[in-house]
Design a binder for this molecule. Structure first.
Ligand SMILES: [Zn+2]
Length: 232
């Protein structure tokens, strides 16, 4: 790939519009090819400790994130409050609804899942086949099925040489709900993060069939400040 087309691939991949760099075969879910071996190593370490680290969700395209967004905006999917209870969205104006969705779902074009460097994990050894995975904080805490797994994960993520980290934590400056299951591969995610700009997202939103489009475009700067991890 020459320099120019590589730049184009990255520009589109930042917003979930190019999957050239995504490996769909090596792991159970599609992820960026650069983290395949690091992820396998993490899984091997988990296994040594009696855990079966699996990916619930890896790469997600702009269109997939758009479906989630539109389903929430139209009431087909629950919009949750801070305490993970469903909101009555008929009581919210468009701006309130948009910010309520943003607590749990990224604006299409700004999801770190677009990059393939970020993925949600769980421990398949802790649950049986019939278990309906929710990815809620209560599953990760004391008395939840993944308590021991998260104990191990907290520990391993704190090691200095670790290349995976959690972008959405409790003490983050952002208003995104903490997602302890969401891991990011720093060496590659860092490059995408540098490319993510308001202009890029504004363009893709303008050209998409997204619910709440006007209110999104009117508030894009605030959305970035409150909900998007950027480099600056
Ligand atoms: Zn996630």
């Amino acid at each position: 790939m020459d320099k120019h087309s590589k730049k184009n691939v990255i520009r589109n991949a930042v917003i979930g519009k190019d999957c050239t760099l995504i490996d769909s075969k090596s792991c159970e879910k599609p992820i960026h090819f650069e983290l395949v071996s690091a992820l396998r190593e993490l899984q091997a370490q988990a296994e040594k400790n009696g855990f079966d680290l699996r990916i619930a969700s890896g790469y997600r395209s702009f269109e997939q994130q758009l479906q989630i967004w539109n389903a929430k905006a139209s009431g087909l999917r629950d919009v949750l409050d801070k305490n993970e209870n469903a909101l009555d969205i008929t009581q919210l104006n468009p701006k309130e609804l948009m910010f309520a969705i943003l607590r749990w779902s990224a604006l299409p074009g700004t999801s770190r899942h677009h990059w393939g460097t970020d993925f949600d994990v769980y421990d398949a050894a802790a649950i049986d086949d019939g278990y309906q995975l929710q990815l809620t904080v209560s599953e990760t805490q004391k008395g939840g099925p993944f308590e021991a797994f998260y104990c191990w994960l907290d520990n391993i993520l704190s090691q200095p040489a670790m290349s995976f980290f959690r972008p959405y934590t409790l003490n983050s400056q952002l208003e995104v709900a903490p997602e302890p299951w969401h891991l990011s591969y720093r060496p590659t995610a860092h490059l995408f993060q540098q490319e993510l700009t308001i202009e890029l997202v504004s363009d893709v939103i303008k050209n998409s069939e997204i619910a709440l489009k006007t209110v999104i475009l009117d508030n894009l700067e605030e959305i970035f400040q409150r909900f998007v991890v950027t480099s600056s």
